[in-house]
Design a protein around this ligand. Structure first.
Ligand code: SF4
Ligand code: SF4
Length: 454
């Protein structure tokens, strides 16, 4: 037998922690067994005779040790391709409207609109009917088990009636064809009052992602209303009213200047005992389209460090917060490379990646009365092999990332669809995985919910 090349070994007090990025298994090795595991990892040799049969089983189950002829990269390719071509999921991201009630300093959608002089538009009845009919056809032919829908914008709640109509139809169809319906909304949260939430719940929507960028001072600097008015207080008021009825995830965009404000926000949210989860993102500025953002974007390395600090901050105030990014295995970084995954723009054009919405050069298909008609640009996404990159194959987080964001590789290089490259393709775990494992392990050890032990 041989050792997996995706093992990570961390010494933590009286425990040794062995983690594997293919299986996400975390093994707490007790004091008495530390030496032999350490010796095995350091010598990169598996001496079967040194372990009990049940210990070998645990090591094999977690992918820590493998048969000599097991090729991990081939296994990951197989896992990725099975996911990529699977009929299990049908995924839509639906752009309901290009309109927005906010004017965020780093938003490039509005900048593009104002440069092009085009009026913001909304999805029309024709496209809605075509989409519902197409979903019915796909339920009959593709037979997915899950319909996953992201309602997106602009600000999707500006098209509330259409959102409700579409969701109700999806809910009815899903019930009829016994498909699990998983909808959620990405919103700025300003219009998310109690009445709206009641309407959303009636049509099966219980998950929202709300963007909030810090406490009042920073949030209201970055995210103002179109008329320049502040938005922070209203947002908090809305979250207070709905957090018990909806699953609320706060998406927090971070710059160098906002870190302290985000820490204060975490303490503020925990004082108010709001039942929310957190997702941190770095602000990526498209210079050509953002002339109002004057703060400093973080580099990926800087962000990776801060991300860990912020999770520790959350656990300091809310030790019961369920933090475990390894809970679900990831088979791909993004779904743009998957067969049954579509971004539907307001005019019924089909894209593969969220970042392309509104981009005429990269249109991958169109909704028609006969269904989704795809073109050669769609094929470019499907045949792109994200894992062929040598740097990725030797990267410890490759199994969780599988080549990162492919916007530059597909949209920029293959489709020539953007003159602007994204600054990073990697995930933050490339730099902070050891720290993240420690945070998770610390919390689990504190809660005394150890998983396996050798
Ligand atoms: S983190 Fe970067 S190098 Fe590592 S697998 Fe992802 S894209 Fe490749
Ligand atoms: S290619 Fe990159 S930007 Fe596009 S959807 Fe995937 S992760 Fe997002």
């Amino acid at each position: 037998m041989k050792l997996s090349k995706y093992n990570i070994l961390i010494e933590k007090g009286k425990y040794l922690i062995l983690f594997n990025t293919i299986s996400n298994a975390m093994l707490y090795v007790e004091q008495s067994k530390k030496n032999k595991i350490k010796k095995m990892c350091e010598s990169k040799k598996v001496k079967i005779g040194e372990f009990e049969p049940d210990e070998i089983e645990i090591l094999k189950k977690g992918f820590f040790i493998l048969d000599d002829d097991f090729d991990e990269v081939e296994y990951l390719k197989l896992r990725f391709n099975a996911y990529r071509y699977s009929d299990r999921y049908l995924r839509y991201t639906i752009v309901l409207t290009e309109k927005c009630n906010f004017n965020c300093v780093y938003c490039y959608q509005q900048q593009i609109q104002s440069v092009s002089g085009k009026m913001a538009s909304e999805i029309q009845e024709e496209q809605i009917i075509q989409l519902i009919e197409e979903t019915k056809r796909r339920f009959e032919s593709q037979k997915p088990k899950v319909l996953s829908v992201t309602f997106y914008g602009g600000e999707p709640l500006l098209s509330l009636e259409k959102l409700i109509f579409i969701s109700e139809k999806f809910r009815e169809l899903s019930k009829k064809y016994q498909v699990e319906y998983r909808p959620f909304i990405v919103t700025n949260g300003y219009l998310l009052n109690k009445i709206t939430v009641e309407k959303l719940i009636k049509v099966g929507i219980r998950s929202v992602i709300i963007t909030i960028d810090g406490t009042e001072e920073i949030h209201d600097k970055y995210r103002r209303l179109l008329n320049g008015g502040p938005t922070f207080s209203k947002l908090i008021e809305n979250i207070e009213k709905i957090h018990k009825d909806m699953q609320v995830q706060l998406r927090i965009n971070i710059s160098k200047e906002s870190v302290n404000s985000v820490k204060k926000l975490i303490s503020f949210i925990s004082e108010k005992r709001l039942n929310v989860t957190f997702d941190f993102q770095m602000i990526e500025v498209v210079k050509e389209f953002s002339n109002k953002f004057e703060d400093t974007p973080l580099t990926l390395k800087e962000f990776s460090k801060i991300e860990v600090e912020l999770y520790k901050e959350i656990l300091k105030y809310s030790p019961e917060y369920s933090f475990n990014p390894f809970k679900n295995l990831k088979f791909a970084r993004c779904d743009a490379l998957c067969l049954n995954s579509f971004v539907i723009d307001v005019d019924g054009t089909i894209h593969k990646c969220w970042g392309e919405v509104g981009n005429k050069v990269t249109i991958a298909g169109k909704l028609t009365n006969e269904g989704i008609k795809l073109n050669q640009k769609y094929t470019k996404w499907l045949v792109y092999e994200p894992y062929e990159d040598k740097e990725c194959q030797s990267c410890i987080v490759f199994p969780a990332c599988m080549g990162g964001c492919t916007f530059n590789a597909v949209v920029v290089d293959k489709l020539h669809g953007s003159p602007v490259k994204k600054p990073y393709r990697c995930i933050s775990m490339k730099y902070n995985i050891k720290d993240i494992i420690e945070v998770v392990a610390n919390q689990q050890l504190k809660l005394r919910t150890y998983s396996n032990r050798v």
